[in-house]
Write a new protein. Structure first.
Lengths: 362, 324, 354
């Protein structure tokens, strides 16, 4: 007896819906066992982890706020991945975009009017796009592997941020501490609802919806999907792989840069040596969990944010180590990835047979 | 002086070298495992824990290798049997590894570790200069060199290596020829896990003999970069690891050996030159050099089409499901 | 199973009822920047938290969040505590300063305590320790014990606290040997054992036979032990890692302060203050002097007593690196000058990164 995967003729609609539910159930089971072993009441811990954050307005807002940059970056990355462009440097694009977007309020603090904020957002998107275009141009011009160049540029961007915040952009009134000046009100993204979320959330949702429409209904969306699935067919249709590489990187970079600027302007109000707890990397996972579909990404971003907020909740309420939260997060990802397999494949049991391939030895 | 610097470079480069050589084999088989950091940190904590409990450094090293392999087996099962996305699975492996290692390590915080002894190779270790540098190291350093030699020989001089490269370059044809793509890839992934675990053991048992959370501090990611920097060639991994180690260490040495901008020799230079020197000597710029160098090397090798096509595993990151 | 469910339902109902149902009189909460397992900065703060639990027993409940990155997560973590019924919240990293102030505005009834910052409010106090007092003592020991006359200093980031530590160390050393030299290496991290070890090796290779550090791991001391030179523990007593190499350690002991402040919340006397205490108040503690000849131990203890008696290491004459006078003979620098220090004293073999 052996088990093998057989590709389904079309996606299983049932699994499409069931897969995330099964994954969450398996995670909850595994998490319950871990809580039990570490000496906590598993049911209370699971409640605190997965449910309680959804029952209070502030924690719900905190979850949405945490999900926002993940969703925005994830949407851009989805376009890259759909078209076979392996941009894993969104973290760097997030940081560089934030730097670009913050240049205005830091270098010209007196420039305070209605144009300040829109200009910052435009600069932020521009900065992220420029940073993302480096690996894209290297790929199209020199055929350089974009996975590694985009990853390397993450480190360069974060060192650049470090340099600026500790050096030229340091707050003149800040006793040498590594932080920029605090942004004026004109440069601060307004809060919405209870104050834990900023305008970045509605902006992100609008962008995600627009992107979903573009992908589903327009020629550009068709081009992206065709070039991802079959570059040869795409080139017969007259699409240029190189142009698409530049486009998808620029778009992903712009969205990451925009996310960075909105995070700095709406949340931190200043630049610090670290402005991202790994958003750009987490967003890669979000993009895949969301199956590279903007609506899926909204859900995935929310679930992942929930795992952070829930992790904090069990930590503060029950003294559960934050390492357990990170283990649960890892397991959740594994289960989701594994369950998604069954959307595309089904399992077939076959009796052991000796095939020619397995015995020959050339 | 030079000898002392070189000794430091060797210790800084060894964990990078070992993890990178393992990942190189994985990538040659056509699989991209971004979870090196997670496997490495698991090797570090398990190696430390076992060495601490048994009092045997050797057992610690073996356990670290096993831990790395266990992590990689999980990755292998997901990406090979369940055909999950390799990038996302690798990232998830790192998250899991960092959390899990922290849990295991909670009992070992603030506990002094045991350091692997240096092995003096009789006779050779007394040679001036080369002796101390090459023949007075701990076992893992030698093992690292042995691994490079083994991989270099194995990949290009044996049938197994040929098959492995064939699987990485064109899994369809390799499958058609009757090779089990999945098994060969799984074996390669296990080898990569073993190497990452060994690199972790080097951190917690030789480099800085102790356990602290996140002690790998991003070295797994650097190892990933080194593989591409080396354009998937084992001997270039050595060069890359040593360059990387040297840049880090020389940065520290350069600071200790203070370079004075106000010296009369430099004061005559125009402002923008001293300004440029000042920026170029900031620690952030020096720290970013290895990454910039990697990008530059990548561009140089990939601009040369013939070279790239020869060495880049064409199926890197592409899933394989046998059609029957 | 049924009873487990029952208790769970009860517990959830209890939790939902919120902070009104709290058993303890005061809830004290802590936000840490690193893992409690760093055996350095965050570890010592957590030791302080545990001391609070032990001291007050059932009267005080504590909670903590570890590895909270400075950045967007910090504000949320602090706000969570404010909403979960914490009466006093200690935020233990410089980067939490603005988030602390921000959250404090929203929750005027909650007391906030921010470590190492400079911004206060009606419900935000700041606290820090005079680590530089300990550094003066180890500087003296270094100058007595060093054969090469050169010490190596592994520094994290050029913020005032680190710079004043370097200066104080050198002033201490110069009080014993005016020609003493100090090499400084900036590693740009608070915590990376490998890099700290490499820095220690680099310094030893360039002639330093005493290593000291303003980073958190035990790695530099382990290198010192291995290379047969000496050093000092940082934040916690690291003697277990370097039996023969550690002369003493500058221990951060936050317990007295935390107990004192929680007490103040309990009896209603809490006020916003800026606390900056050192050896005298027991916030900075010198680990036992080991591996040292008797006369050096005598000297170190005498200096320790002198500082406890109110003497400030930053007392003139102090000359800056550029030759200008920082303090005339007998003049003591004021707190502001020490807390905002951005210059080296004469004799530091380094250029301060600006």
């Amino acid at each position: 007896m052996r088990i093998e995967l057989v590709k389904r003729k079309e996606h299983s609609q049932a699994m499409l819906l069931l897969s995330p539910l099964i994954a969450v159930a398996l995670t909850a089971l595994a998490a319950g066992i871990i809580f039990l072993i570490s000496g906590h009441n598993p049911l209370i811990a699971l409640y605190k982890f997965f449910i309680e954050p959804l029952t209070q307005q502030w924690s719900l807002e905190a979850t949405i706020d945490k999900a926002t940059p993940l969703i925005l970056i994830g949407c851009g990355l989805a376009v890259c991945y759909l078209s076979n462009n392996w941009n894993i440097g969104a973290e760097g694009q997030f940081i560089f975009g934030a730097l670009f977007g913050s240049a205005l309020p830091i270098l010209y603090p007196d420039f305070e009017n209605v144009a300040t904020l829109p200009l910052m957002l435009v600069f932020g998107a521009l900065g992220g796009a420029l940073w993302a275009l480096i690996p894209a141009v290297l790929k199209t011009r020199f055929n350089t592997n974009e996975i590694l160049t985009s990853l390397m540029l993450v480190y360069v961007a974060s060192l650049l941020l470090d340099y600026l915040v500790r050096g030229p952009w340091r707050d003149p009134g800040g006793y040498n501490f590594p932080e920029s000046r605090i942004f004026s009100d004109a440069a601060t993204l307004p809060d919405v609802f209870g104050g834990l979320m900023s305008l970045s959330t509605p902006i992100t949702i609008i962008i995600a919806i627009v992107l979903a429409l573009v992908l589903a209904k327009t020629l550009k969306g068709f081009e992206i999907r065709v070039m991802g699935e079959s570059p040869r067919a795409g080139s017969f249709a007259g699409f240029s792989a190189k142009r698409l590489t530049l486009f998808s990187f620029a778009l992903a970079g712009a969205l990451a840069g925009l996310a960075g600027t909105m995070e700095v302007s709406g949340g931190l109000n200043q630049l610090l040596p670290t402005i991202s707890p790994g958003y750009g990397f987490t967003a890669i996972i979000v993009a895949f969990l969301g199956r590279l579909n903007p609506f899926g990404i909204i859900v995935a971003g929310f679930v992942l944010a929930l795992s952070y907020i829930g992790g904090e909740a069990v930590q503060s309420a029950m003294g559960v180590s934050n390492k357990i939260a990170s283990v649960i997060q890892g397991l959740l990802l594994f289960f989701v990835l594994a369950c998604d397999t069954f959307i595309l494949y089904r399992i077939r049991m076959v009796s052991r047979r000796v095939t020619a391939g397995e015995t020959s030895h050339v | 002086m030079f000898e002392a610097v070189l000794l430091t470079v060797i210790t800084a480069a060894t964990p990078l070298l070992i993890a990178a050589i393992g990942e190189l084999v994985v990538e040659r088989s056509g699989v991209l495992n971004l979870g090196v950091e997670g496997m490495m940190i698991m090797g570090a904590v398990v190696g430390f824990a076992v060495a601490n409990q048994t009092g045997s450094g050797a057992l610690g090293v073996v356990a670290a290798i096993a831990a790395g392999m266990a992590m990689s087996a999980l990755f292998g099962f997901l990406v090979l049997a369940l055909v999950t996305n390799q990038v996302a699975t690798g990232l998830a492996l790192t998250i899991l590894g960092i959390g899990f290692s922290g849990l295991i390590g909670e009992a070992f915080i603030g506990v002094p570790g045991l350091k692997l002894p240096e092995l003096y190779i009789p006779g050779l270790s007394e040679i001036p200069f080369f002796g101390p540098v090459l023949f007075q190291q701990d076992a893992i350093v030698y093992l690292g060199f042995a691994l490079v030699a083994l991989v270099a020989y194995g990949l290009f001089r044996t049938r197994l290596g040929l098959v492995l490269r064939a699987v990485g370059d064109n899994h369809g044809s390799a499958h058609a020829l009757g090779y089990s793509v999945i098994r060969i890839r799984f074996a390669a992934i296990l080898f990569g896990g073993a190497c990452a675990g060994l690199a972790g053991a080097y951190l917690s048992l030789a480099y800085t003999p102790q356990w602290v959370e996140n002690m790998s501090a991003g070295r797994g990611w650097i190892a990933l970069a080194l593989v591409v920097f080396a354009s998937w060639l084992p001997l270039r991994v050595v060069i890359g690891a040593y360059l990387f180690g040297a840049v880090t260490v020389l940065n520290l040495h350069a600071q200790a050996f203070e370079f004075d901008l106000s010296s009369p020799f430099l004061s005559g230079l125009p402002g923008f030159v001293t300004g440029a020197i000042e920026i170029a000597t900031t620690s952030q710029f020096l720290s970013s050099l290895p990454y910039l160098a990697t990008i530059l090397v990548l561009v140089l090798i990939s601009a040369n089409r013939r070279l790239t096509l020869v060495n880049t595993p064409a199926c890197l990151g592409k899933p394989f499901v046998p059609d029957r | 199973m049924k009873s487990l469910l029952k208790t769970t339902v009860a517990a959830i109902a209890f939790a939902a009822a919120g902070s009104a149902a709290q058993a303890a009189d005061v809830k004290a909460c802590f936000v840490y920047v690193g893992p409690v397992g760093d055996f350095g900065w965050s570890y010592q703060h957590d030791q302080g938290r545990q001391a609070v639990e032990e001291h007050f027993g059932d009267k005080v409940e504590t909670a903590y969040l570890e590895s909270v990155p400075e950045g967007p997560d910090a504000e949320r973590a602090i706000e969570r505590f404010a909403r979960e019924g914490c009466n006093i919240i200690f935020t233990t990293s410089f980067g939490y300063m603005n988030p602390t102030i921000k959250v404090a505005k929203k929750f005027p009834d909650v007391k906030f305590e921010h470590a190492t910052g400079y911004k206060t409010a009606d419900n935000v106090a700041t606290y820090n320790s005079k680590f530089h007092e300990g550094r003066y003592i180890i500087g003296q020991i270094a100058a007595k014990q060093s054969k090469s006359g050169v010490a190596g200093y592994i520094a994290s980031f050029p913020i005032p606290e680190v710079v004043s530590g370097i200066n104080s160390f050198l002033l201490g050393a110069q009080s014993v040997n005016p020609d003493f030299k100090l090499k400084v290496v900036w590693v740009n991290t608070w915590f990376d054992p490998g890099k700290e070890a490499d820095a220690a090796k680099a310094l030893i290779d360039q002639g330093a036979d005493i290593i000291t550090q303003h980073t958190d791991s035990t790695a530099p001391l382990q290198v010192a032990q291995e290379r047969g030179v000496h050093g000092f523990g940082q934040a916690s007593d690291m003697i277990n890692f370097a039996k023969d190499a550690q002369y003493t350690a500058i221990i951060d002991d936050w317990a007295p302060y935390y107990i004192h402040r929680v007490e103040a919340v309990l009896d209603g006397s809490w006020k916003s203050e800026s606390t900056w205490d050192g050896l005298a108040e027991g916030h900075v503690v010198m680990a036992p002097y080991t591996n040292l000849p008797d006369d050096v131990v005598e000297m170190a203890k005498a200096t320790e007593e002198k500082i406890k008696g109110g003497w400030e290491p930053f007392t003139g004459p102090i000359t800056k690196q550029d030759g200008t006078v920082a303090a005339e003979d007998g003049v003591t620098l004021d707190d502001g000058a020490i807390l905002g220090m951005n210059w080296y004293v004469q004799g530091v073999d380094d250029k301060l990164p600006q």
